[in-house]
Design a protein around this ligand. Structure first.
Ligand code: ADP
Ligand code: MG
Length: 702
């Protein structure tokens, strides 16, 4: 149960004075977590951080105050000019002056009595707000603050500016935030005192206070101590919860998968090539994990074309030697079938049976697959989401390989785990995830990296081309076809949409077919699975030589003799995705090229993306650049899958703290695995504050 100490922070925002359901709903729009008006708590409000501030100390005098600037003026009030009776659209004006000039303070729908009290003629007042100059005359419409000069202290010297959404005005938000700060209970420090000192970080409450009551613009900088403190808190909460999950997985004793090496040797002998050094290294790392009684949770990371599949296959053979079954989860049907096509014949050479299971296997066919898995007659299963279904049972599932992991949710991986006895898990991704992201998404996961491409690969020559030069390109493609080359032609959308004119794959297919006839094939997401397979197979076999498609060919598809890829509307794709697509070519002996067709004019980010791609073939560099250009959520695909990101931490500004948090989490659990010490108790508060309390349940479950 949540410690009672935190109750004030977990009360609904509507418990604050002046906050009703309507205001709560507006606040929820700017709150970082996934909340609405009904679920928004005071804690969520405190995590709405201001982005800039208004400096009320700016006091230039009327004549020097620039149009649009927020200034504070010391004024002597001269006269009131109420709106004429019955003319509600004419403003109430109050004229006042300082040594430098005269100004009109302007009020619409004003209450005269209130203005007479606030701005008495002959008195000196401080007025703060935005200057407007019109035809050489200064005015200020609805000043933010009016205070008598004798009460100058009542004017806040600087005021934070919060992100606003339509209908939410700054004053009630400000009032609510200040009340929320009041409710912050005194909590014990959960961060290490030495660490705080070394990094010059304030306490949690002090950090919130600085951010909500800033005194200088620097107070609000993400690189400043206050923000960094909260970022470190959030990262530590994340790392700690991941470490707890991991510790629990490990306690659910794994099993040692070892064998005599016979099947692995048979598979190696069946390969037409030698493994790269990186593949050998990864294979050894994985074999060691499999042999250990702890559960494996390893990420196999390698750029497109680095040869992950065979590494996975060798691991699967190792599991088979130990008498266990292995599955490969693929994100799409095409990929599942391709893996099956690669793996099944090799496995067969080692006497191993492979089945495939996707949404397409039905009736008797499906029943036969299920029977083979349940009896153990099938050693390997390759499939899609269909593998999660309840009636899919294994005789003894020992290894799960997940391909292109970022498309699966955590719960789906767990569902699959439940089908075996503490199966080992190998996660393959071709999206080169920068280390900081691996850490934030998976915690201290073991990583094997294929940082070397198979010998003989040539870099892909990459060019950008404005769409106006399409004809020229088509002529060149024609010559390439005459030489027997194969071409991918990628289009962003399936159909012409009303708002944006994007040439669809179908239109492009029609146009290219008119020119090149039956050599042109088409594959897109709306086609039936069988049609897709047929299109891919025809292209692979060379029956078609241009394959027009959407991004279904993005991931993993392997046609080694394809040498040209054209990506239409390249400006609409993300950098990582473009790199993935480009990785479809450059897999064979012949030089390959990638043509990025774009529609001018390019925006700044799009231009930069295409440039990076032209300059670099290094997936890691590209991923780092992508991170900078797009923000981390999209790269991991978390936005689509709804994995919660961060509320406060930003990996661009706080990436260095991730390692600190990781090391600290590791140290904490080494000393106090159940979080029972005084600091452990404080850390439990932290987990609740950042919504990571699910991890606390794991502690109790032991
Ligand atoms: P990815 O890492 O992108 O999934 P794949 O596993 O699909 O890469 O491998 C890409 C291609 O490289 C396949 O055709 C595969 O047979 C081939 N390949 C893998 N390892 C080697 C190697 N060591 N030498 C030569 N070719 C290899
Ligand atoms: Mg692959």
């Amino acid at each position: 149960m949540r410690p009672a100490l935190l109750d004030p922070l977990f009360a609904p925002v509507t418990a604050l004075d002046g906050v009703g359901p309507r205001l709560a709903a507006l606040m929820a729009n700017v709150a970082p977590g996934d909340v609405d008006g009904a679920t928004m708590r005071i804690r969520d409000l405190l995590f709405v951080l201001p982005h800039t501030l208004i400096d009320r100390r700016e006091r230039p005098g009327i004549a020097e105050a620039a149009d649009g600037a927020v200034v504070t003026l010391t004024l002597r009030v001269d006269r009131h000019q109420p709106a004429p009776r019955g003319r509600g659209n004419v403003p109430y004006r109050v004229f006042a002056h300082d040594e430098t000039g005269e100004i009109a303070l302007t009020f619409f729908h004003a209450k005269g009595a209130w203005l007479e009290r606030a701005l008495p003629v002959g008195e000196t007042v401080l007025v703060s707000g935005r200057m407007q100059w019109f035809n050489g005359r200064p005015s200020m419409v609805h000043p933010d603050h009016i205070v008598p000069a004798v009460e100058a202290d009542a004017l806040p010297p600087v005021e934070p500016v919060y992100p606003l959404t339509a209908g939410l005005s700054p004053k009630p938000l400000r009032k609510a935030v200040l009340q929320a700060l009041e409710r912050l209970p005194a909590m014990p420090e959960w961060l290490d005192a030495a660490l705080l000192r070394a990094r010059g970080l304030p306490g949690f409450a002090a950090a919130l206070d600085t951010l909500h009551r800033p005194r200088a613009p620097d107070d609000l900088s993400p690189e400043g101590p206050a923000w960094r403190r909260l970022a470190l808190d959030e990262l530590l909460a994340g790392q700690l919860s991941l470490a707890l999950v991991r510790a629990r997985m490990r306690r659910l004793a794994g099993r040692a998968l070892t064998g005599d090496g016979r099947l692995v040797a048979a598979l190696r002998a069946a390969l037409a090539y030698r493994l790269t050094g990186a593949q050998e290294r990864a294979t050894a790392e994985i074999a060691a994990d499999l042999a250990s009684p702890e559960r494996m949770l390893r990420l196999l990371q390698g750029d497109v074309g680095s040869g992950k599949t065979v590494v996975a296959l060798l691991a699967m053979a190792r599991a088979a030697e130990a008498g266990a079954q292995a599955v490969v989860m693929a994100p799409t049907e095409i990929l599942a079938r391709q893996h099956h096509a690669t793996i099944a014949p090799l496995a067969e050479r080692a006497g191993l049976e492979t089945v495939v299971l996707t949404g397409r296997e039905k009736g008797r066919e499906r029943a036969a697959v299920l029977a083979a898995l349940a009896s153990g007659a099938a050693h390997f299963a390759i499939g899609t989401h269909a593998l999660f279904q309840d009636d899919v049972r294994f005789r003894d599932l020992g290894l799960i390989v997940v391909d292109e992991q970022h498309r699966f949710g955590v719960h789906q991986r767990l569902a699959l785990s439940a089908k075996g006895r503490a199966p080992d898990m190998l996660v393959m991704t071709a999206t080169p995830i920068p280390r900081t992201l691996v850490l934030s998404a998976f915690g201290d996961m073991d990583v094997s990296r294929l940082d070397e491409k198979p010998a003989g690969r040539r870099p892909v020559h990459t060019v950008t081309l404005p769409v106006e030069r399409l004809e020229e390109l088509v002529a060149r493609i024609g010559r390439a076809l005459d030489e027997g080359q194969k071409v991918y032609w990628i289009c962003p959308l399936v159909e012409e949409s009303a708002e944006v004119r994007v040439t669809s794959a179908e239109d492009r297919f029609a146009a290219l077919q008119a020119r090149f006839g039956a050599q042109v094939g088409l594959v897109h997401g709306r086609m039936a699975a069988r049609e897709k397979d047929a299109a891919m197979a025809a292209f692979k076999a060379g029956d078609t030589r241009i394959l027009v498609g959407t991004t279904v060919v993005e991931v993993g598809v392997d046609v080694p003799d394809a040498t040209i890829i054209v990506i239409e509307h390249a400006e609409r794709f993300g950098l990582a995705q473009l790199h993935q697509l480009r990785g479809r070519v450059g897999r064979g002996e012949r030089p390959s090229s990638c043509v990025l067709l774009y529609k001018p004019p390019l925006g700044e980010v799009a231009r930069r993306r295409l440039e990076v791609l032209r300059e670099s073939d290094d997936g890691f560099r590209i991923a780092e650049e992508d991170l900078r250009l797009r923000g981390e959520g999209e790269l991991l695909g978390t936005r689509q899958s709804g994995t919660p990101g961060f509320w406060i931490a930003r990996l661009d500004a706080h990436g260095d703290l991730l390692e600190v948090a990781r090391d600290d989490a590791r140290l904490i659990l080494a000393r106090d695995p159940q979080l029972e010490s005084a600091r452990g108790e404080a850390l439990r508060l932290l987990l609740y504050l950042f919504g990571r309390d699910a991890a606390i349940q794991l502690l109790r479950a032991g």
